[in-house]
Design a binder for this molecule. Sequence first.
Ligand SMILES: C[S@@+](CC[C@H](N)C(=O)[O-])C[C@H]1O[C@@H](n2cnc3c(N)ncnc32)[C@H](O)[C@@H]1O
Length: 457
Amino acid sequence: MAISVKTQNTPDVETLSASNSSPIIEAAFSASTSNLIELANTIKRETERLDRYIKDSNLPEPSFDVDAPLTFTKLPDELKKAREEVMRATKELGTLVTGATESIRWLAWNVGLHVPLLCLHHHTDLLKHNNSLSLHFIYAYRIASMVPLHRSISFSTISQEIGLSELNIRRLLRHAMTNRIFHEPVPGFIAHNSHSRVLTLPQINDWVGFCVEDMWPAAAETIPTLKVYPEADDPTKDEKRAGRFSGAMKSLLGEEGYELHYLIDGYDWASLDAKGATIVDVGGSRGYVSIELAKRFPNLKVIVQDLQGTVESAPKLEGEMKDRVKFMSQDFFEEQQVRGADVYILRWIMHNYSDKYASRILQRLIPALKNGARILVNDYCLPEDGKEVGMGEEKLLRTMDLVMLTLCNAQERTVADFRTLFEVVDGRFRFLGAVKAGKMSILEAVWEGGDYQTLVD
Ligand SMILES: C[S@@+](CC[C@H](N)C(=O)[O-])C[C@H]1O[C@@H](n2cnc3c(N)ncnc32)[C@H](O)[C@@H]1O
Protein backbone atom coordinates (compact mmCIF):
# COMPACT_ATOMS: atom_id res chain seq x y z
CA MET A 1 0.00 0.00 0.00
CA ALA A 2 1.44 3.34 -0.96
CA ILE A 3 1.24 6.01 1.70
CA SER A 4 1.37 9.60 0.57
CA VAL A 5 3.46 12.05 2.47
CA LYS A 6 3.40 15.81 2.79
CA THR A 7 6.81 17.13 1.84
CA GLN A 8 8.24 19.71 4.14
CA ASN A 9 10.57 22.51 3.13
CA THR A 10 12.47 23.39 6.24
CA PRO A 11 13.72 26.99 6.11
CA ASP A 12 17.39 27.45 6.91
CA VAL A 13 18.51 29.36 9.98
CA GLU A 14 18.97 32.70 8.20
CA THR A 15 15.51 32.57 6.63
CA LEU A 16 14.02 31.68 9.97
CA SER A 17 15.60 34.46 11.93
CA ALA A 18 14.77 36.94 9.19
CA SER A 19 11.14 35.84 9.08
CA ASN A 20 10.89 35.86 12.89
CA SER A 21 11.47 39.59 12.91
CA SER A 22 8.94 40.18 10.14
CA PRO A 23 6.01 42.41 11.24
CA ILE A 24 3.59 40.18 9.29
CA ILE A 25 4.62 37.10 11.24
CA GLU A 26 4.51 39.03 14.51
CA ALA A 27 1.00 40.30 13.76
CA ALA A 28 -0.19 36.78 12.88
CA PHE A 29 1.37 35.47 16.05
CA SER A 30 -0.26 37.99 18.36
CA ALA A 31 -3.59 37.69 16.52
CA SER A 32 -3.52 33.93 17.17
CA THR A 33 -3.04 34.39 20.92
CA SER A 34 -6.31 33.57 22.64
CA ASN A 35 -7.78 36.10 25.02
CA LEU A 36 -8.95 35.21 28.50
CA ILE A 37 -12.67 35.27 27.80
CA GLU A 38 -12.29 33.19 24.66
CA LEU A 39 -10.39 30.58 26.62
CA ALA A 40 -12.89 30.64 29.47
CA ASN A 41 -15.75 30.24 26.96
CA THR A 42 -13.99 27.32 25.34
CA ILE A 43 -13.58 25.65 28.71
CA LYS A 44 -17.24 26.21 29.57
CA ARG A 45 -18.59 25.10 26.20
CA GLU A 46 -16.47 21.95 25.90
CA THR A 47 -16.89 21.00 29.56
CA GLU A 48 -20.67 21.21 29.13
CA ARG A 49 -20.46 18.81 26.18
CA LEU A 50 -18.47 16.33 28.27
CA ASP A 51 -20.80 16.73 31.24
CA ARG A 52 -23.87 16.17 29.06
CA TYR A 53 -22.36 12.98 27.65
CA ILE A 54 -21.53 11.68 31.14
CA LYS A 55 -25.06 12.41 32.41
CA ASP A 56 -26.85 11.09 29.31
CA SER A 57 -24.81 7.88 29.45
CA ASN A 58 -25.36 7.46 33.21
CA LEU A 59 -21.62 7.34 33.78
CA PRO A 60 -20.00 8.07 37.13
CA GLU A 61 -18.78 11.65 37.47
CA PRO A 62 -15.02 12.15 37.62
CA SER A 63 -14.01 12.91 41.20
CA PHE A 64 -11.22 12.55 43.74
CA ASP A 65 -13.23 10.00 45.70
CA VAL A 66 -11.27 6.83 46.39
CA ASP A 67 -13.79 4.73 44.45
CA ALA A 68 -14.03 7.11 41.49
CA PRO A 69 -13.02 5.75 38.05
CA LEU A 70 -9.23 5.80 37.61
CA THR A 71 -9.43 6.89 34.00
CA PHE A 72 -11.62 9.48 32.33
CA THR A 73 -14.48 7.76 30.56
CA LYS A 74 -13.83 6.44 27.03
CA LEU A 75 -15.33 8.98 24.70
CA PRO A 76 -16.77 8.67 21.21
CA ASP A 77 -14.48 10.19 18.56
CA GLU A 78 -16.47 13.42 18.25
CA LEU A 79 -15.98 14.16 21.96
CA LYS A 80 -12.28 13.34 22.23
CA LYS A 81 -11.46 16.76 20.84
CA ALA A 82 -13.67 18.41 23.49
CA ARG A 83 -11.61 16.82 26.26
CA GLU A 84 -8.35 17.88 24.62
CA GLU A 85 -9.69 21.42 24.27
CA VAL A 86 -10.62 21.60 27.96
CA MET A 87 -7.12 20.45 28.94
CA ARG A 88 -5.40 22.81 26.51
CA ALA A 89 -7.49 25.88 27.31
CA THR A 90 -7.34 25.30 31.08
CA LYS A 91 -3.57 25.15 30.98
CA GLU A 92 -3.26 28.17 28.68
CA LEU A 93 -5.68 30.27 30.72
CA GLY A 94 -3.83 29.35 33.92
CA THR A 95 -0.51 30.29 32.37
CA LEU A 96 -1.83 33.61 31.05
CA VAL A 97 -3.32 34.71 34.34
CA THR A 98 -0.12 33.64 36.09
CA GLY A 99 1.91 35.94 33.81
CA ALA A 100 5.30 35.40 32.23
CA THR A 101 7.54 36.14 35.20
CA GLU A 102 5.60 34.06 37.69
CA SER A 103 5.12 31.27 35.16
CA ILE A 104 8.84 30.93 34.58
CA ARG A 105 9.63 31.36 38.26
CA TRP A 106 7.20 28.58 39.26
CA LEU A 107 8.06 26.42 36.30
CA ALA A 108 11.65 26.33 37.55
CA TRP A 109 10.60 26.00 41.17
CA ASN A 110 7.93 23.66 40.06
CA VAL A 111 4.99 24.36 42.29
CA GLY A 112 2.82 23.79 39.25
CA LEU A 113 -0.45 24.57 41.04
CA HIS A 114 -2.43 25.34 37.94
CA VAL A 115 -1.18 22.33 36.01
CA PRO A 116 -3.73 19.54 35.97
CA LEU A 117 -2.17 16.32 37.21
CA LEU A 118 -2.72 12.97 35.54
CA CYS A 119 -4.08 14.54 32.41
CA LEU A 120 -2.55 14.28 28.94
CA HIS A 121 0.55 16.02 30.23
CA HIS A 122 1.01 13.86 33.30
CA HIS A 123 4.04 12.22 31.77
CA THR A 124 5.83 15.53 31.79
CA ASP A 125 4.44 16.68 35.15
CA LEU A 126 6.09 13.70 36.80
CA LEU A 127 9.42 15.04 35.66
CA LYS A 128 9.17 18.20 37.73
CA HIS A 129 11.67 17.94 40.47
CA ASN A 130 9.71 18.87 43.59
CA ASN A 131 6.76 16.76 42.55
CA SER A 132 9.30 14.04 41.91
CA LEU A 133 10.62 14.36 45.44
CA SER A 134 7.32 13.66 47.17
CA LEU A 135 6.43 11.00 44.58
CA HIS A 136 9.82 9.39 45.05
CA PHE A 137 9.12 9.11 48.75
CA ILE A 138 5.75 7.43 48.11
CA TYR A 139 7.35 5.07 45.58
CA ALA A 140 10.47 4.19 47.56
CA TYR A 141 8.61 3.49 50.82
CA ARG A 142 5.62 1.82 49.09
CA ILE A 143 3.25 4.20 50.89
CA ALA A 144 0.37 3.65 48.45
CA SER A 145 0.13 -0.05 49.29
CA MET A 146 0.64 0.61 53.00
CA VAL A 147 -2.47 2.83 53.25
CA PRO A 148 -5.70 0.78 53.56
CA LEU A 149 -8.10 1.52 50.70
CA HIS A 150 -11.08 2.61 52.77
CA ARG A 151 -9.53 3.56 56.10
CA SER A 152 -7.07 6.20 57.20
CA ILE A 153 -3.67 5.62 58.75
CA SER A 154 -1.74 7.98 61.03
CA PHE A 155 1.59 9.57 60.27
CA SER A 156 2.87 8.00 63.48
CA THR A 157 1.92 4.46 62.37
CA ILE A 158 3.68 5.04 59.05
CA SER A 159 6.64 6.38 60.98
CA GLN A 160 6.85 3.20 63.07
CA GLU A 161 6.55 1.00 60.00
CA ILE A 162 9.18 2.65 57.84
CA GLY A 163 11.53 4.10 60.47
CA LEU A 164 11.41 7.72 59.30
CA SER A 165 10.59 10.65 61.54
CA GLU A 166 6.98 11.79 61.61
CA LEU A 167 8.16 15.26 60.59
CA ASN A 168 9.63 14.04 57.33
CA ILE A 169 6.68 11.78 56.54
CA ARG A 170 4.25 14.62 57.17
CA ARG A 171 6.09 17.19 55.05
CA LEU A 172 6.56 14.80 52.11
CA LEU A 173 2.98 13.55 52.16
CA ARG A 174 1.50 17.00 52.63
CA HIS A 175 3.43 18.12 49.57
CA ALA A 176 2.01 15.16 47.64
CA MET A 177 -1.47 16.25 48.79
CA THR A 178 -0.97 19.60 47.06
CA ASN A 179 -0.93 17.47 43.91
CA ARG A 180 -4.14 15.78 45.05
CA ILE A 181 -2.33 12.57 45.96
CA PHE A 182 -3.89 11.27 49.23
CA HIS A 183 -5.92 13.48 51.56
CA GLU A 184 -5.96 14.15 55.28
CA PRO A 185 -9.54 13.54 56.52
CA VAL A 186 -8.55 14.39 60.12
CA PRO A 187 -5.28 16.04 61.10
CA GLY A 188 -2.45 13.53 61.39
CA PHE A 189 -4.19 10.78 59.36
CA ILE A 190 -4.01 10.16 55.63
CA ALA A 191 -6.39 8.24 53.40
CA HIS A 192 -6.54 7.27 49.75
CA ASN A 193 -8.32 9.23 47.06
CA SER A 194 -8.54 8.26 43.39
CA HIS A 195 -5.18 9.84 42.54
CA SER A 196 -3.32 7.94 45.25
CA ARG A 197 -5.18 4.69 44.56
CA VAL A 198 -3.85 4.81 41.01
CA LEU A 199 -0.36 4.38 42.51
CA THR A 200 -1.32 0.90 43.69
CA LEU A 201 -1.56 -0.30 40.06
CA PRO A 202 1.67 -2.19 39.22
CA GLN A 203 2.28 -0.59 35.81
CA ILE A 204 1.60 2.94 37.06
CA ASN A 205 3.91 2.16 39.97
CA ASP A 206 6.55 1.10 37.41
CA TRP A 207 5.94 4.32 35.49
CA VAL A 208 6.44 6.44 38.60
CA GLY A 209 9.53 4.44 39.64
CA PHE A 210 11.00 4.86 36.18
CA CYS A 211 10.34 8.63 36.30
CA VAL A 212 11.67 9.29 39.79
CA GLU A 213 14.55 6.80 39.97
CA ASP A 214 15.74 6.68 36.37
CA MET A 215 14.65 9.75 34.45
CA TRP A 216 14.93 12.31 37.19
CA PRO A 217 18.61 11.74 38.10
CA ALA A 218 19.46 11.09 34.45
CA ALA A 219 17.87 14.39 33.39
CA ALA A 220 20.03 16.28 35.90
CA GLU A 221 23.15 14.65 34.42
CA THR A 222 22.23 15.12 30.76
CA ILE A 223 23.78 18.52 30.08
CA PRO A 224 27.04 17.85 32.01
CA THR A 225 27.30 14.50 30.16
CA LEU A 226 26.71 16.13 26.77
CA LYS A 227 29.63 18.44 27.51
CA VAL A 228 31.89 15.41 27.91
CA TYR A 229 30.32 13.15 25.25
CA PRO A 230 28.75 15.47 22.67
CA GLU A 231 27.86 12.64 20.24
CA ALA A 232 25.66 10.78 22.77
CA ASP A 233 24.74 8.01 20.35
CA ASP A 234 25.77 4.75 22.02
CA PRO A 235 23.00 2.77 23.71
CA THR A 236 23.09 2.37 27.48
CA LYS A 237 22.64 -0.99 29.19
CA ASP A 238 21.21 -1.67 32.64
CA GLU A 239 19.03 -4.78 33.02
CA LYS A 240 17.13 -3.65 36.13
CA ARG A 241 16.36 -0.24 34.68
CA ALA A 242 15.51 -1.73 31.28
CA GLY A 243 12.90 -3.94 33.01
CA ARG A 244 11.31 -0.98 34.77
CA PHE A 245 11.39 1.08 31.55
CA SER A 246 9.63 -1.73 29.72
CA GLY A 247 6.93 -1.98 32.45
CA ALA A 248 6.50 1.78 32.37
CA MET A 249 6.11 1.86 28.59
CA LYS A 250 3.57 -0.97 28.77
CA SER A 251 1.45 1.20 31.06
CA LEU A 252 0.95 3.43 28.02
CA LEU A 253 -0.62 0.62 26.02
CA GLY A 254 -4.04 0.94 27.59
CA GLU A 255 -4.04 4.69 27.06
CA GLU A 256 -5.94 6.59 24.44
CA GLY A 257 -4.03 6.68 21.15
CA TYR A 258 -1.81 3.64 21.74
CA GLU A 259 -4.40 0.92 21.17
CA LEU A 260 -3.39 -1.82 18.76
CA HIS A 261 -6.34 -1.19 16.46
CA TYR A 262 -4.48 1.88 15.14
CA LEU A 263 -1.86 -0.40 13.60
CA ILE A 264 -4.34 -3.09 12.62
CA ASP A 265 -6.84 -0.72 10.99
CA GLY A 266 -4.22 1.74 9.75
CA TYR A 267 -2.63 -0.45 7.10
CA ASP A 268 -3.86 -2.58 4.22
CA TRP A 269 -3.34 -5.96 5.89
CA ALA A 270 -6.34 -7.32 3.97
CA SER A 271 -4.41 -7.37 0.65
CA LEU A 272 -1.55 -9.17 2.34
CA ASP A 273 -4.02 -11.59 3.91
CA ALA A 274 -5.50 -12.33 0.48
CA LYS A 275 -2.17 -13.63 -0.72
CA GLY A 276 -1.25 -15.46 2.50
CA ALA A 277 1.69 -13.13 3.16
CA THR A 278 4.48 -13.69 5.66
CA ILE A 279 5.12 -10.96 8.22
CA VAL A 280 8.19 -10.72 10.44
CA ASP A 281 7.67 -8.82 13.70
CA VAL A 282 11.24 -7.71 14.47
CA GLY A 283 11.74 -7.11 18.22
CA GLY A 284 8.14 -8.25 18.58
CA SER A 285 8.38 -9.00 22.30
CA ARG A 286 6.00 -11.76 23.39
CA GLY A 287 3.99 -11.46 20.22
CA TYR A 288 0.97 -9.49 21.32
CA VAL A 289 0.91 -7.43 18.10
CA SER A 290 1.41 -10.48 15.88
CA ILE A 291 -1.19 -12.54 17.72
CA GLU A 292 -3.78 -9.79 17.21
CA LEU A 293 -2.85 -9.54 13.53
CA ALA A 294 -3.13 -13.29 13.08
CA LYS A 295 -6.52 -13.32 14.82
CA ARG A 296 -7.88 -10.61 12.52
CA PHE A 297 -6.35 -11.93 9.27
CA PRO A 298 -6.70 -15.72 9.05
CA ASN A 299 -4.26 -16.24 6.16
CA LEU A 300 -1.32 -14.24 7.46
CA LYS A 301 1.73 -16.11 8.69
CA VAL A 302 3.62 -14.21 11.36
CA ILE A 303 7.09 -14.75 12.77
CA VAL A 304 7.84 -12.97 16.04
CA GLN A 305 11.51 -12.31 16.67
CA ASP A 306 13.12 -11.17 19.89
CA LEU A 307 16.05 -11.99 22.16
CA GLN A 308 16.25 -15.55 23.48
CA GLY A 309 14.96 -14.78 27.01
CA THR A 310 11.87 -12.96 25.71
CA VAL A 311 11.08 -15.67 23.16
CA GLU A 312 11.26 -18.29 25.91
CA SER A 313 8.65 -16.40 27.93
CA ALA A 314 6.25 -16.10 24.98
CA PRO A 315 2.74 -17.55 25.44
CA LYS A 316 2.20 -21.13 24.28
CA LEU A 317 -0.29 -21.02 21.43
CA GLU A 318 -2.79 -23.72 20.52
CA GLY A 319 -4.42 -25.04 17.34
CA GLU A 320 -4.10 -23.19 14.07
CA MET A 321 -2.66 -20.09 15.79
CA LYS A 322 0.31 -22.26 16.72
CA ASP A 323 0.84 -23.00 13.00
CA ARG A 324 0.56 -19.38 11.90
CA VAL A 325 2.38 -17.52 14.70
CA LYS A 326 5.96 -18.69 15.22
CA PHE A 327 8.53 -17.38 17.66
CA MET A 328 12.24 -17.33 16.99
CA SER A 329 15.25 -15.75 18.59
CA GLN A 330 16.92 -13.14 16.39
CA ASP A 331 19.16 -10.31 17.43
CA PHE A 332 18.23 -7.41 15.17
CA PHE A 333 21.85 -6.30 15.07
CA GLU A 334 22.70 -9.63 13.37
CA GLU A 335 21.85 -10.60 9.80
CA GLN A 336 18.12 -11.27 9.37
CA GLN A 337 17.49 -15.03 9.12
CA VAL A 338 14.00 -14.97 7.61
CA ARG A 339 14.47 -14.37 3.92
CA GLY A 340 11.85 -13.38 1.43
CA ALA A 341 9.11 -12.24 3.84
CA ASP A 342 6.56 -9.75 2.53
CA VAL A 343 6.69 -7.32 5.47
CA TYR A 344 9.15 -6.65 8.29
CA ILE A 345 7.60 -4.68 11.14
CA LEU A 346 9.67 -2.54 13.50
CA ARG A 347 7.25 -1.41 16.17
CA TRP A 348 8.60 0.77 18.96
CA ILE A 349 12.15 -0.24 18.04
CA MET A 350 13.78 2.60 16.08
CA HIS A 351 13.15 5.28 18.71
CA ASN A 352 15.28 3.26 21.14
CA TYR A 353 18.38 3.95 19.04
CA SER A 354 20.45 6.80 17.62
CA ASP A 355 20.85 6.92 13.84
CA LYS A 356 24.15 5.07 14.15
CA TYR A 357 22.39 1.98 15.54
CA ALA A 358 18.97 2.39 13.86
CA SER A 359 20.75 2.32 10.49
CA ARG A 360 22.46 -0.95 11.49
CA ILE A 361 19.07 -2.51 12.18
CA LEU A 362 17.95 -1.61 8.63
CA GLN A 363 21.25 -2.77 7.11
CA ARG A 364 20.93 -6.20 8.75
CA LEU A 365 17.57 -6.68 7.04
CA ILE A 366 18.92 -6.12 3.53
CA PRO A 367 20.48 -9.56 2.88
CA ALA A 368 17.05 -11.13 3.54
CA LEU A 369 14.88 -8.80 1.46
CA LYS A 370 13.12 -9.74 -1.75
CA ASN A 371 12.27 -7.13 -4.34
CA GLY A 372 9.08 -5.38 -3.20
CA ALA A 373 9.44 -6.31 0.47
CA ARG A 374 7.97 -3.69 2.80
CA ILE A 375 9.50 -2.29 5.95
CA LEU A 376 6.89 -0.90 8.35
CA VAL A 377 7.99 1.30 11.20
CA ASN A 378 5.39 1.97 13.87
CA ASP A 379 6.75 4.71 16.08
CA TYR A 380 6.26 8.25 17.26
CA CYS A 381 6.88 11.00 14.71
CA LEU A 382 8.01 14.41 15.84
CA PRO A 383 6.14 17.31 14.25
CA GLU A 384 8.20 19.26 11.71
CA ASP A 385 7.15 22.75 12.70
CA GLY A 386 4.94 22.56 15.75
CA LYS A 387 1.78 23.14 13.72
CA GLU A 388 0.80 19.59 12.88
CA VAL A 389 -0.42 18.58 16.33
CA GLY A 390 -1.96 20.30 19.34
CA MET A 391 0.27 21.80 22.05
CA GLY A 392 -0.46 18.94 24.47
CA GLU A 393 0.54 16.28 21.99
CA GLU A 394 3.57 18.23 20.84
CA LYS A 395 4.70 18.51 24.45
CA LEU A 396 4.33 14.77 24.89
CA LEU A 397 6.35 14.03 21.72
CA ARG A 398 9.11 16.51 22.49
CA THR A 399 9.35 15.25 26.07
CA MET A 400 9.58 11.69 24.78
CA ASP A 401 12.43 12.81 22.52
CA LEU A 402 14.30 14.26 25.53
CA VAL A 403 13.60 11.10 27.52
CA MET A 404 15.12 8.99 24.74
CA LEU A 405 18.23 11.20 24.82
CA THR A 406 18.44 11.16 28.60
CA LEU A 407 17.91 7.45 29.10
CA CYS A 408 19.10 5.68 25.98
CA ASN A 409 21.20 8.11 23.91
CA ALA A 410 18.40 7.58 21.41
CA GLN A 411 15.98 9.85 19.56
CA GLU A 412 12.54 10.40 18.15
CA ARG A 413 12.38 11.37 14.48
CA THR A 414 10.35 13.46 12.08
CA VAL A 415 9.00 11.87 8.90
CA ALA A 416 11.85 13.60 7.04
CA ASP A 417 14.38 12.08 9.46
CA PHE A 418 12.99 8.60 8.75
CA ARG A 419 13.15 9.25 5.00
CA THR A 420 16.79 10.32 5.30
CA LEU A 421 17.61 7.31 7.46
CA PHE A 422 16.30 4.87 4.83
CA GLU A 423 18.00 6.77 1.99
CA VAL A 424 21.35 6.93 3.75
CA VAL A 425 21.28 3.21 4.62
CA ASP A 426 20.67 2.19 1.00
CA GLY A 427 19.38 4.09 -2.03
CA ARG A 428 17.42 0.99 -3.03
CA PHE A 429 14.93 1.64 -0.23
CA ARG A 430 12.13 3.82 -1.53
CA PHE A 431 10.47 5.66 1.34
CA LEU A 432 6.71 5.81 0.77
CA GLY A 433 5.69 8.09 3.63
CA ALA A 434 3.75 8.03 6.86
CA VAL A 435 0.20 7.97 8.16
CA LYS A 436 -0.80 9.00 11.64
CA ALA A 437 -2.13 6.09 13.67
CA GLY A 438 -3.27 7.28 17.10
CA LYS A 439 -0.38 8.92 18.92
CA MET A 440 2.12 7.03 16.77
CA SER A 441 2.63 6.81 13.01
CA ILE A 442 2.98 4.03 10.48
CA LEU A 443 5.92 4.67 8.15
CA GLU A 444 6.57 2.53 5.11
CA ALA A 445 9.49 1.85 2.79
CA VAL A 446 9.75 -0.63 -0.07
CA TRP A 447 12.91 -2.51 -1.06
CA GLU A 448 13.60 -1.97 -4.75
CA GLY A 449 16.90 -3.83 -4.87
CA GLY A 450 17.27 -7.35 -6.22
CA ASP A 451 15.92 -10.43 -4.50
CA TYR A 452 17.89 -11.74 -1.56
CA GLN A 453 19.06 -14.75 -3.60
CA THR A 454 20.88 -12.57 -6.10
CA LEU A 455 22.34 -10.49 -3.33
CA VAL A 456 23.47 -13.32 -1.13
CA ASP A 457 24.13 -16.37 -3.35
C1 LIG B 1 10.06 -1.31 23.18
S1 LIG B 1 9.94 -3.01 22.97
C2 LIG B 1 8.88 -3.13 21.60
C3 LIG B 1 8.16 -4.43 21.58
C4 LIG B 1 7.10 -4.57 20.52
N1 LIG B 1 7.61 -4.40 19.19
C5 LIG B 1 5.96 -3.59 20.77
O1 LIG B 1 5.50 -2.96 19.83
O2 LIG B 1 5.50 -3.46 21.91
C6 LIG B 1 11.52 -3.44 22.28
C7 LIG B 1 11.68 -4.92 22.07
O3 LIG B 1 12.95 -5.14 21.43
C8 LIG B 1 13.55 -6.27 22.00
N2 LIG B 1 14.99 -6.18 21.76
C9 LIG B 1 15.90 -5.40 22.38
N3 LIG B 1 17.11 -5.56 21.86
C10 LIG B 1 16.98 -6.48 20.86
C11 LIG B 1 17.88 -7.05 19.93
N4 LIG B 1 19.17 -6.72 19.91
N5 LIG B 1 17.39 -7.95 19.05
C12 LIG B 1 16.08 -8.30 19.06
N6 LIG B 1 15.17 -7.78 19.92
C13 LIG B 1 15.62 -6.88 20.81
C14 LIG B 1 13.15 -6.20 23.46
O4 LIG B 1 13.27 -7.47 24.08
C15 LIG B 1 11.71 -5.72 23.36
O5 LIG B 1 10.82 -6.79 23.26
